[in-house]
Design a protein. Structure first.
Length: 428
């Protein structure tokens, strides 16, 4: 009985306590809301006060000294460098900083604003910056427009935005694929010459590159400069950031050079094919010739049609020449009638020496000693008449030509490679 009463009293007490605390928290929430609301209202009123009578078309301090716009850029990543179009891409966070005393306010901290679906230029004066070499550019607006505006109490404005550009870049491919490309980004004001607006980098160097890697290139170097340029409309302030991109050779080594070496090797192997096997030999030569031509075509299909010779062209051209030489050598051989059908298959320098060593035509014993050994001879071939043996001497001469060709080919190709790579690695 007693316990039951006590429990009820306890319960009632707890309920009361809960209700009181709930009430209190509700009250404090309402108070918070009210103070936040009034603060917001104050801010909105403050902004309206600032923008009341503000003309966003007129630059700050119009009658006074030129407005100085300080720029800093963080390059998030580089887009693909397109050789055919001579363009490079850039995805960046672009910030500009200037002072507009018309926007100075009474808040203790700086005012940070976003723009929703609008542009800052709808409300404030902003520099009319342009990227001189850009062919395509866009601002990002997913999910809302990417703008951030900080306004300090003394009217200093910091406007950050995100932009993606594709810009022109004059490229030189003489040392392709070991080339370096210098591409620059030039920033000027569209309307204001230097008596109205001057640009400066906010910090040194002013550009920070967050990701230097690309599929085929990496950024090797970056320099910035401030210049004055003379246009028809007057003297303009110009900011310049120059990026040096170095090409990675790996792709061309794997896709072009190594297959090319393999093809030249196959062409060289054709010199070992029996000179009587005309279809095999011509087929091999012509196939390798066509393959090199195909590779060459594939390389140049991704390049602009420049009218000078690129380093890779020299390599492919020389390889083509080497392969062509195997074909010409064979045609020369046929032409001289040294690869006549029906001539003995015996053709080693070793045998030639043996043949020369004997003054008589009676070589039957020497031939038969090879029977079942290195050279399997047919019965009919053992008893050669003298005139047939003389033909063999001729055949042996043509083999000499082949041996010389094989060695000359290899030596010439290796030394070409040696000089080519030395030149490419050390003098480029
Ligand atoms: C505005 O111009 C005047 C006169 O050239 C100069 O003294 C003043 O510092 C300028 N104000 C700002 C905010 O740049
Ligand atoms: C700043 O505050 C003063 C009073 O403290 C007021 O008179 C003035 O209008 C305020 N200025 C702005 C820009 O809000």
């Amino acid at each position: 009985m007693m316990f039951a009463i006590l429990r009820e009293v306890n319960l009632a007490l707890i309920m009361k306590l809960i209700i009181v605390t709930l009430n209190q928290s509700q009250q404090s929430m309402a108070n918070n809301q009210r103070t936040e609301f009034s603060a917001n209202k104050k801010l909105t009123e403050g902004l309206q006060y600032l923008l009341n009578g503000y003309d966003s078309r007129i630059r700050p301090n119009y009658t006074g000294s030129p407005v100085e716009v300080q720029v800093d850029i963080s390059v998030a990543s580089f887009g693909n460098i397109k050789e055919v179009d001579m363009e490079f891409g850039l995805d960046m966070f672009f910030r500009q900083h200037w002072q507009d005393t018309r926007l100075s306010h009474n808040l203790t901290s700086k005012m940070t604003l976003t723009m929703g679906t609008k542009h800052p230029a709808d409300f404030f004066w902003v520099p009319d910056t342009i990227f001189v070499d850009a062919t395509k550019s866009y601002m990002h607006n997913v999910l809302t427009t990417n703008h951030k505006l900080d306004i300090s109490a003394n009217g200093e404005v910091d406007w950050g935005t995100r932009a993606t550009l594709v810009a022109r870049c004059h490229m030189n491919f003489r040392t392709f694929p070991m080339d370096e490309q210098k591409c620059s980004l030039n920033i000027v004001s569209y309307a204001y010459p230097t008596q109205h607006l001057i640009f400066a980098w906010k910090s040194i160097p002013g550009v920070v590159v967050l990701d230097k890697e690309m599929a085929q290139f990496y950024m090797k170097e970056m320099t910035t400069a401030v210049q004055r340029v003379e246009y028809v409309a007057g003297e303009y302030s110009l900011l310049q950031a120059t990026f040096t991109f170095k090409r990675r050779m790996g792709f061309y080594l794997i896709q072009i050079y190594i297959p090319c070496i393999a093809i030249v090797f196959v062409a060289w192997m054709s010199l070992f094919v029996d000179s009587k096997a005309t279809p095999a030999r011509v087929g091999l030569c012509v196939t390798t010739l066509l393959t090199i031509a195909t590779i060459w075509g594939a390389v140049n299909s991704t390049m602009p049609r420049v009218s000078y010779v690129k380093a890779i062209d020299i390599y492919l051209m020389t390889s083509f020449f080497f392969v062509l030489c195997t074909l010409l050598q064979y045609i020369g051989l046929i032409h001289k009638g040294r690869a006549k059908r029906g001539i003995s298959r015996l053709k080693t320098p070793f045998l030639k020496k043996e043949a020369q060593g004997s003054s008589t035509c009676n070589l039957t014993s020497q031939y038969s000693s090879y029977r079942g050994g290195l050279y399997s001879l047919e019965e009919g071939q053992i008893e050669h008449p003298c005139d047939e043996l003389n033909q063999e001497h001729k055949e042996i001469d043509s083999n000499d030509v082949e041996v010389v060709a094989r060695i000359a080919f290899v030596v010439a190709f290796l030394s070409f490679n040696f000089f080519y790579w030395i030149a490419l690695v050390y003098f480029v």
